[in-house]
Design a protein around this ligand. Structure first.
Ligand code: FAD
Length: 460
């Protein structure tokens, strides 16, 4: 089809107002939260219905146009930066919460629903949707499923994958495929949902998602443990887990991050602390009291300076808001912020934190470290200025060293942020060649023209 005929076809499917071909309208979709060169899409489409979404994918495939689906573009791995000549399909007009079923504990949503909006709607009914990425006020559920997003509550409640009961998605031909069910158990057919969750827009385009809900825990208690040394804080993480306590949240912040966050949020964080652990336990009130007391005792044994227990929900929320602001706070310090996602077995957290400190000193770089330490998932955040080529080279070498160390400790490249293009060159080191070739065969079979988010995860 010629460009003009193609434009007319998209306008017919989507309506003129939902086809953006002017360069000024396309710029905003050329980047995401990863530090990568932008790439302006050739066209941006905004389907307002499921049918229009499927038809858009079909027409792109028929015309060999690469397609990148975009929720809110908050991913940190380049997943929504389109390839050359690529079309971006937005899901932000598909924002309906179609059903919240209080009897069978599930919800059905469109992919563009914002995570926090959904969590609040569910909470208003006394139910709970735990996955809470730090970006939840902006990120979409479609993006969360495509990245298998985690969050602060991952330690006890798992990640997005653990809540996806069913999916409807368009294959590359625009055919709607259904998988999963609204039942607690379902083993009918291949586990296509398992393949699609975390596929970063490379295997299909979600149009409807069925999510598991759970009852809201009756009680919770949050505390802030202030440590005089980083090693004591990191060893406390391992000690809590080794004592068979599974808090909802077990977050770590080093001094650099504490100061940046306090400067940004004025939440009352102790700026002289070498490190903080932010810990929350939940469940039955008696269990909460018992676990909180055990956590406090472990902190004391490990040499904590002070444990401050949040007096009420407002105080608790203030600390969690501050923690969620960590990335924004750090990104004010220097022009370029690279947030990494290396994850190690929990017992290796002290070794990983030590290694990050050494890497920072080796390359003379500012690295703020925070993250979901209870999951073994740290976010070493390197602050630099990409325009300074010498410094940028050091950042790249530091990233290589961080991944190398995480793998050496038996860990993984990405706990939750995905591979995208930012980490695809490292993937083989973790998985080995056969896993890459196997994945490429799946991709070639399902997307023979390689139009669904080409180049992401497995390259090619
Ligand atoms: C400040 C900040 C904090 C963050 N904190 C966390 C955190 O705690 N935990 C965490 O896991 N991540 C975190 N992230 C990363 C990011 O928010 C998540 O990856 C999130 O899931 C992305 O959602 P999104 O709607 O922005 O998706 P996008 O960035 O728009 O897209 C992400 C990927 O999903 C694909 N996609 C989107 N919609 C669909 C669809 N309908 N069908 C198929 N593919 C689709 C895209 O093509 C892309 O590959 C954070 C990011 C920021 C900026």
């Amino acid at each position: 089809m010629s460009t003009n005929v193609l434009l007319k076809e998209f306008e017919r499917i989507l309506g003129k107002d939902n086809v953006f071909s002017e360069e000024a309208d396309r710029h905003a979709y050329s980047y995401d939260a990863a530090v990568l060169d932008p790439s302006i899409p050739s066209l941006v489409l905004r389907p307002r219905s499921e049918e229009a979404l499927g038809a858009s994918v079909r027409v792109c495939n028929e015309n060999r146009l690469p397609v990148t689906v975009r929720g809110s573009g908050t991913n940190l791995s380049g997943g929504t930066v389109p390839g050359p000549g690529g079309v971006v399909i937005l899901t932000n007009a598909l924002q309906e919460i179609e059903e919240i079923n209080e009897q069978d504990l599930y919800a059905v949503v469109q992919p563009g629903v914002v995570t926090a909006k959904f969590a609040s709607a569910v909470e208003a009914l006394g139910l709970f949707y735990p996955p809470d990425p730090g970006s939840q006020a902006v990120s979409t559920l479609g993006g969360n499923v495509a990245e298998n997003a985690g969050g602060l509550r991952g330690l006890r409640y798992g990640v997005t994958r653990d809540y996806v009961m069913g999916l409807e998605f368009f294959d590359v031909n625009g055919e709607k495929v259904k998988t999963g069910a609204k039942t607690v158990k379902c083993v009918s057919g291949y586990n296509l949902g398992g393949l699609l969750v975390g596929s970063e827009g490379t295997l299909g385009v979600f149009s409807r998602i069925t999510l598991k809900l759970i009852p809201m825990p009756a009680a919770k208690k949050a505390m802030m443990a202030v440590f005089p040394e980083v090693s004591r804080a990191s060893e406390t993480v391992s000690a809590i887990i080794a004592d068979r306590i599974v808090p909802v949240t077990l977050e770590f912040m080093d001094n650099f991050t504490i100061r940046a966050v306090e400067d940004f949020s004025r939440a009352g964080l102790p700026v002289d602390a070498a490190a903080l652990l932010l810990i929350e336990v939940d469940g039955h009130p008696a269990q909460v009291e018992e676990e909180a007391a055990r956590v406090e005792a472990i902190c004391k044994k490990m040499g904590v300076m002070k444990v401050h227990v949040a007096r009420d929900a407002a105080e608790r929320d203030k600390v969690w808001e501050a923690r969620r602001a960590a990335l924004s706070a750090l990104s004010r310090v220097r022009p370029t912020t690279v947030l990494e996602d290396a994850t190690v077995p929990r017992s290796k957290i002290p070794a990983m934190i030590r290694a990050i400190g050494e890497i920072g000193r080796k390359y003379d770089l500012q690295i703020g470290t925070f993250g979901h330490a209870g999951d073994g998932n740290l976010h070493p955040t390197i602050l630099s200025d990409r325009r300074d080529l010498e410094e940028w080279r050091k950042v790249e070498l530091a990233i290589d060293d961080i991944f190398e160390k995480a793998l050496e400790l038996g860990g993984t490249l990405s706990g939750e942020h995905g591979i995208g293009t930012a980490k695809s060159k490292y993937l083989e080191k973790e998985t080995g060649r056969p896993a890459i070739l196997y994945s490429r065969r799946i991709k070639a079979a399902l997307d023979p023209n390689n139009i669904l988010n080409p180049g992401k995860i497995i390259g090619g």
